[in-house]
Write a protein that binds this ligand. Structure first.
Ligand code: ZN
Length: 343
């Protein structure tokens, strides 16, 4: 098998023959010979192990590869299978998460994502997921495009006013890539039964991007338990926005169990008061809406590509726009609740 240095790392050889591998950090390769430098140059371009044999003996080869691997600098000798594709540059980003990023991209292309609500949060997430190479969507929303949506729902335009959002969103998707599968349902989700429009679909991830009705989380939780579908959501308020927790069948708690523990730890008075207010607010600000939606989009893409590297795994992340502070409520002990067995 061939190897290659990660794309981001640069090889620097100073006049006095000191050798450095440079990315965010500097790694000095002490006592690196002329042959070692040549081997690194070949690895930078990617090469088979055979190609290092005339430069280094077996022990030297093993030591060099081990050093590079220990520092997370070594990958399979992959070549970008997505050149001239919209995800060409994303492949180099995904290289940080696996030894061959083409495989991770392939997973994204096989995934089906269902989004409940293509408004403030859903529209921005959709932009990122289309850009990330997701090829199959199910969109649920009974709303129509209105002029006051256009400060933050950038997939729509003024020619689409009055059109169903799911129809308009489908148009947006097909303007980027006509081969993407899009199933749309202009229905209101107000019970587990109303989610039966999803019953015939295989879904890799369900996203709650709607803020109504107030018990939507409960409805989605029950459906997720019933069908064993991973899901996650986000919401944006005036001064803070939140995303997560990421709920994964047989891996994390379900949403209700998460809430219960979170609420136990919240100040009792605050909990009682918060329970009585309607979270809906009139204000909607494009930038803060985008910030939270893109935090969630990042987790969604990395989950679908790697099943890992998620900041909101069993964690509610809260970002305060006033002081740029991140607060997290994390249930560190990763253990599924028994609800997954009961359904
Ligand atoms: Zn549970």
């Amino acid at each position: 098998m061939g190897y290659k240095l990660v794309e981001r790392v640069k090889l620097v050889v100073l006049e006095d023959q000191r050798v450095y591998l440079v990315d965010d950090e500097l790694l000095e390769l002490e006592g690196c010979s002329e042959m070692g430098i040549n081997a690194l140059k070949r690895l930078k371009n990617g090469c088979e192990l055979e190609a290092l044999k005339d430069l280094l003996d077996e022990k030297e080869r093993r030591e060099l590869l081990q050093l590079l691997a220990e520092n997370g600098l070594l990958r399979e000798n992959w070549s970008n299978q997505y050149s001239d594709d919209i995800v060409e540059k994303q492949i180099y980003y995904l290289e940080e998460f696996g030894s061959n990023p083409n495989i991770l991209q392939h997973k994204l292309q096989q995934a089906t994502v269902a989004i409940v609500g293509v408004g403030g949060v859903g529209a921005v997430i959709l932009q990122h997921l289309v850009g990330a190479g997701i090829k199959s969507f199910i969109l649920i929303d009974y709303d129509k495009v209105e002029r006051h949506n256009l400060n933050r729902q950038f997939i729509y335009n003024s020619k689409q006013l009055g059109m169903l959002k799911v129809e308009a969103a489908k148009e947006y998707i097909h303007q980027i890539d006509n081969n993407i599968r899009v199933n749309i349902y202009p229905v209101m989700i107000d019970s587990v039964n109303s989610l039966s429009v999803l019953d015939g679909h295989n879904i890799d991830l369900l996203i709650n991007a709607a803020d109504q009705p107030a018990n939507l989380d409960e409805i989605l939780n029950e459906y997720s338990l019933k069908r064993r579908i991973p899901w996650v959501g986000a919401s944006v308020g005036l001064h803070v926005g939140t995303w997560g927790p990421f709920i994964i069948p047989d891996k994390t708690m379900c949403m209700e169990c998460f809430y219960r523990i979170e609420n136990q730890q919240m100040d009792k008075l605050e909990y009682t008061i918060r329970e009585r207010i309607n979270p809906l607010i009139k204000a909607s600000f494009g930038p803060t809406n985008t910030i939270i939606s893109t935090f969630l989009a990042k987790d969604v893409i990395l989950y679908l590509a790697t099943q890992d590297s998620i900041s909101s795994l069993q964690t509610r992340c809260e970002f305060d726009f006033r002081n740029l502070k991140m607060n997290r409520f994390r249930i560190a002990h990763l253990k599924p609740c028994s609800c997954w067995k009961e359904y």
